[in-house]
Every structure is written in structure tokens, then in C-alpha cells.
Design a protein around this ligand. Structure first.
Ligand code: GDP
Length: 435
């Protein structure tokens, strides 16, 4: 999926346009429970294209001068996006900040589409011409508040996608990403796993890869390791802000089959660890919790067990994720990683036969009757079927979806986990009314 980044000074109307582009999806993003999501990353579509949209205006470094902020936003856009949508304010004319941002974008050679906002009526169109001096090509008049002109600007954005299409090739490897706070040791782990054979597979100049991908073969199975930290050398803005590192994690998760949530054994668990792990869980990815720097921990025979309990109580929703304690530095227990990755991947791609599934459902209901509502109406589960993998997703056909309580859904999930080995993967249970 291509990525479009929106850049521009504050008050040019970036957020309004951002919201117009993502349209009704916005509501869905904001309603999703659990992790609080900043509205700086969303999905949009135009014509037959679906794309990721980043509002770089939402990323800021505290206490930095204004020019540093807009410079960082432009650099993030260049690193992350396939196409940049620069917004200027038609009522202000060209400002020195616009020129400053335009110069940074020009140097990057990334395609830029220039939208002149607040052109609310036809008479104002003549305001756009002075924006040719930004050197970013044709300025498109738009009005975020009136919803005008955006279609033409998006047409041009989509034009640029067409030249990207040939690059994308499906590869059969299992994608594994390492996510976690800065300095937990993600890069060190990748290096320790790969040793000398670090082969960069998609570090192609001019293409956007928000992480450096490396190929690795384990027991004849091809893997791709996605190292979100690998970009750091090239982009100094990397991890400058928490929002940006969360954004990067989100993007890495999106591309992965299995996510290694890396914790720092030396420092313990922080709020940001929970936030990042929550993203992987919500995305339905297979997850392994990796406690790194275990060499640096002063420990006795109880330490590991205690840390494990702490993880379980801090990450209750990740009860399916195995935990392993390693050291990138001394390579202790690094050998545990790939067997766990293989197992988690296999779990997340397991397909359960409908007949077996329904036996488990019938047994589950007979052991623990379905709930009733206040009027005494009882949930009936007629039958279930697995509809997809990655994560395994089951549809249960019922008499009334309202009767399926959270706790009963949880019970069914636990029964499925007892019957089948879903170690390392979330499973999704959806209810549908049978007509
Ligand atoms: P990243 O930001 O998560 O990629 O973290 P890095 O891989 O850059 O590591 C951050 C720091 O932690 C570096 O100084 C590493 O040398 C150190 N480090 C990484 N892994 C280990 C480990 O297993 N043990 C110890 N003691 N230090 C580590």
C-alpha cells in the first residue's frame, strides 16, 4: 500500500484536509477501544487506490524552535512517504516557511503534489499562481472547509502511485519485525541473529521502506527481518519523538506476520512498552515477548519467574504470547527465538476443520451454558466456521449477536485454545446472526 504524507505549516488546514481524505474511516479509528490512537496515521482511498496517510503536523519535538519542527516534519515525510502532499494557505501567499519546506522537499526527489488551500470560490483561483515559485510544479486549488478541488489534487497523487506499482513483488518469506522502545536492543538483536551474513534486501534508493529488511533462512524456511531501528543511520529524525516511533512500529507491524515485542530486562516495563505491544495485539499479529539484556540483570533463581509474572500482569491481553529471555550481547538463549517464531507463525496460520470446531463448540456449550438476557432469552450458537488465518478468525452463527457477552466470548476463546495449540497468536471470534 502506498503512503502519502501531508506536510505544511500550522494553520494551513492540514487537519481539515486530512480528515476529508480519510472520510468516514476516521470515526472507526477513533472508536477502536484499547490503545489511544493519535489521528496522525490513517487509511484513505481515492479511485481504486487505498493508501496510508500520515499527518506529519501531529509529530512534534517539545521545546524545539519552529523551523526545526517543520524541517523534521518534512524529513519524516521524505523518509516515510511515496508521495508528499504539501499544503499551503492561499490566503497568506508564499511565506518564507513555505519556501524553506519546499527546498527540503525538492532535494529529496520524492514526488510532491502541491495543494493551495482556502481557495473557497472561483474568484480566488488567481491566488494560486504565485505558488509556482515554490518549484514544486502545478499548484492545485482546494478548499478543505468547502470540500472543493481535492479530487483533482488526489488524481495527481494517484498518478504517482502508478509509477510505483511495478516495484511491488510478493515474496513468500515469513515477515518478522522487532518493535520496542528506543535502545531496548532491536538492532543489536538483528545483528546478533544475522551475524556476518547481514543481507539487506530492500534498501533500494528511491523506494520507501520504513525499515531495513534483511533475509534470513532458518531450517530451509525463508524469513525477512524487519528492523525498525535500521533507518536511524540515515534519518537523524528517527525516534526523535514518541509519536514517530509509535508510527514506525505501526507501519512495521502492518507488514509483519510475527512481531517480536522487545523489552529491556535491565530497565523493566514502561508505559511505552505497553502502548507498542498493544498495537501489535490490535493488529492481530502473532507475538513473542523478548526480554533482552538479560546478561545485565542481577539475578537469582527467582528473577526470571518474577519478571515473567510482571509481564503477565502488565500485558494481560497478551496471555497467548510466549516469553523468552535473551541477550543480544552474549547471545544467551538467542537460539530460542526461531523455534518460537515458527511455532507462533504456524499457530496464526492454522486452519481448523469445521467438523472439529463444531465438536469443540458443542462440548463447550454443554459444559457451560450460554448466557441469557434480562428477559430470559438465551444465546444459541448454531455453528461455527473458520474464515481466515493470520490471526485465526472464527465466525459463530447465532440467534442474536447481542446475547454474546464478552465473558462468554472469552470462555469460547479459552476452550478453543485448550483444544488447539494457538500459542503465540491472538484469535478473533466474530458473531453473525443466522437468517
Ligand atoms: P534499539 O534502539 O532497540 O535498536 O537498540 P540498540 O540495538 O541500538 O541497543 C541499544 C544499546 O543497548 C546499545 O548500547 C547496545 O550495545 C545495548 N545492548 C543491546 N543489547 C544488549 C544486551 O543484550 N545486553 C547489554 N548489556 N546491552 C545491550
Amino acid at each position: 500500500k502506498p503512503t502519502v504524507a501531508v506536510v505544511g505549516r500550522p494553520n494551513v488546514g492540514k487537519s481539515t484536509l486530512f480528515n476529508r481524505i480519510i472520510g468516514e474511516r476516521k470515526a472507526i479509528v477513533e472508536d477502536s477501544p484499547g490503545v489511544t490512537r493519535d489521528r496522525l496515521y490513517a487509511e484513505g482511498d481515492w479511485l481504486n487506490y487505498t493508501f496510508n496517510l500520515i499527518d506529519t503536523g501531529g509529530i512534534e519535538i517539545k521545546d524545539e524552535p519552529f523551523q526545526q519542527q517543520i524541517k523534521m516534519q518534512a524529513e519524516i515525510a521524505i523518509l516515510e512517504a511515496d508521495v508528499i502532499l504539501m499544503i499551503v494557505n492561499g490566503r497568506d501567499g508564499v511565506t518564507s516557511d513555505d519556501l524553506f519546506v519546499a527546498r527540503i522537499l525538492q532535494k529529496s526527489k520524492k514526488p510532491v503534489v502541491l495543494a493551495v488551500n482556502k481557495i473557497d470560490n472561483y474568484e480566488m483561483r488567481s491566488e494560486i499562481y504565485e505558488f509556482y515559485q515554490l518549484g514544486l510544479g502545478e499548484p492545485w486549488p482546494v478548499s478543505g472547509s468547502h470540500g472543493l478541488g481535492l479530487g483533482d489534487a488526489l488524481d495527481e497523487v494517484v498518478q504517482h502511485f502508478k509509477s510505483l506499482e511495478t516495484e511491488v513483488e510478493e515474496d513468500p518469506s515469513v515477515k518478522v519485525s522487532l518493535i520496542g522502545r528506543p535502545n531496548v536492543g532491536k538492532s543489536s538483536l538483528v545483528n546478533a541473529i544475522l551475524g556476518e551474513e547481514r543481507v539487506i534486501v530492500s534498501d533500494i534508493a528511491g523506494t520507501t521502506r520504513d525499515a531495513v529488511d534483511t533475509a534470513y533462512t532458518y531450517e530451509d524456511q525463508p524469513f525477512t527481518l524487519i528492523d525498525t531501528a535500521g533507518m536511524r543511520k540515515r534519518g537523524k529524525v528517527y525516534e526523535a519523538t514518541e509519536k514517530y516511533s509509535v508510527l514506525r512500529a505501526t507501519r512495521a507491524i502492518e507488514r509483519s506476520d510475527v512481531v517480536l515485542v522487545v523489552l529491556n530486562g535491565e530497565e523493566g516495563i514502561r508505559e511505552q512498552d505497553k502502548r507498542i505491544a498493544g498495537l501489535a495485539h490490535e493488529a492481530g499479529r502473532a507475538i513473542i515477548i523478548v526480554v533482552n539484556k538479560w546478561d545485565a540483570v542481577e539475578k537469582d533463581e527467582k528473577t526470571m519467574r518474577e519478571f515473567e509474572l510482571e509481564i503477565r500482569s502488565n500485558f494481560q491481553y497478551l496471555d497467548y504470547a510466549p516469553i523468552t529471555f535473551v541477550s543480544a550481547m552474549t547471545k544467551v538463549r538467542l537460539k530460542t527465538l526461531f523455534p518460537l517464531i515458527q511455532e507462533a507463525y504456524a499457530s496464526s496460520h492454522m486452519r481448523v476443520k469445521s467438523s472439529t470446531l463444531n465438536e469443540v463448540l458443542v462440548d463447550s456449550v454443554s459444559m457451560n451454558p450460554t448466557p441469557t438476557d434480562s428477559t430470559g432469552r438465551r444465546l444459541s450458537i448454531y455453528y461455527g466456521t473458520q474464515v481466515s488465518v493470520g490471526p485465526p478468525t472464527f465466525v459463530l452463527f447465532v440467534n442474536d449477536v447481542e446475547l454474546m457477552h464478552f465473558s462468554y466470548r472469552r470462555y469460547i476463546e479459552n476452550q478453543l485454545r485448550k483444544a488447539f495449540d494457538f500459542t503465540g497468536t491472538p484469535i478473533h471470534i466474530i458473531t453473525r446472526k443466522r437468517n
